[in-house]
Design a protein around this ligand. Structure first.
Ligand SMILES: Nc1ncnc2c1ncn2[C@@H]1O[C@H](COP(=O)(O)OP(=O)(O)O)[C@@H](O)[C@H]1O
Ligand SMILES: [Mg+2]
Length: 264
């Protein structure tokens, strides 16, 4: 039976889809069977990020309406054979889809996968509740910016009214250089503010934007690859290693990198 994890944030554009895709790919690279579920109905995104939008035949609404079976709507990833995406619909009267519908799809997938990762739409309205009610665990994504942190706080409060096994925090787009310059809140400050379990930090990394343009998940050995590896290990094995985004900006070489980064 799969672990059913929703990635949510309240605020849009903080990296839910990016983290869903790359966490899924990292777990799949360890041989685990992972299904990614895009439930941002009408604003499909995950299939584009994964570079499989050309392979879409059926989507989640087709599954819900009984037009096809869940298996038929799953698209296998090019790189990791145990990674699948179920795309959301391009257009649909989304109000007619309920949390119960999503739950049936998720529970169905849970029988054959190790992980079902649910990519939640932005906001805290119907789409959010649909996604959360189908999950048993939640990961809240924030960036180090005040507006995102405040929204994450609200989301954690709402999540308390759900019967979730666990809730945890991922901080995305962390700039180690700015933290050392005291121009950005540190990861410690943010976790203390939110008083939630931190399971990972992902640095701001140009490779992420490039990879999204190309379609697909990160492959080269890079900073964010290491960060995703730690995140996946913390989730799967229960380890407690958090990627230190300031590391490469410390010491003489680090100081040089910091100066260069500010000049770009
Ligand atoms: N760690 C990161 N470093 C650089 N760019 C990132 C990072 N995380 C996300 N992005 C970029 O931010 C944008 C929004 O990310 P996305 O995952 O679509 O957010 P959401 O799903 O929360 O709306 C995308 O263009 C993505 O490439
Ligand atoms: Mg998204």
């Amino acid at each position: 039976m799969a672990r059913k994890i929703v990635l949510t944030s309240g605020k849009g554009g903080v990296g839910k889809t990016t983290i869903c895709a790359n966490l899924g790919a990292t777990l799949a690279s360890k041989g685990l069977r992972v299904a990614l579920l895009d439930i941002d109905i009408g604003l499909n995104n995950l299939d584009v990020v994964m570079g499989v939008e050309n392979k879409v035949v059926y989507d989640i609404v087709d599954v819900i309406s009984g037009k096809c079976r869940a298996k038929q709507a799953l698209i296998q990833d090019y790189k990791y054979p145990s990674l699948y995406v179920m795309p959301s619909a391009h257009t649909y009267l989304k109000e007619s889809i309920t949390g119960e519908h999503i739950k049936i799809v998720v529970d169905n997938l849970a029988e054959t996968f190790d992980y079902v990762l649910i990519d939640c739409p932005a906001g805290i309205d119907l789409g959010f509740h649909r996604a959360v009610s189908a999950a048993s665990e939640a990961i809240v994504v924030t960036t180090p910016h005040i507006s995102a942190i405040r929204d994450a706080d609200k989301v954690f409060t709402i999540l308390r009214s759900y019967n979730l096994i666990s809730t945890s925090l991922v901080i995305n787009r962390v700039r180690g250089d700015l933290i050392l310059e005291k121009e950005m809140l540190s990861v410690d400050d943010i976790s203390k503010l939110l008083k939630e379990k931190l399971v990972g930090t992902i640095p701001e990394d140009d490779e992420i934007s490039t990879m999204i343009l190309e379609g697909g998940t990160i492959s080269r050995i890079s900073e964010c690859r290491m960060a995703f590896d730690m995140l996946a290990n913390n989730i799967h094995f229960g380890t407690d290693l958090i990627y230190d985004c300031t590391h490469k900006y410390k010491g003489i070489m680090g100081g040089l990198r910091r100066t260069l980064k500010r000049k770009i």
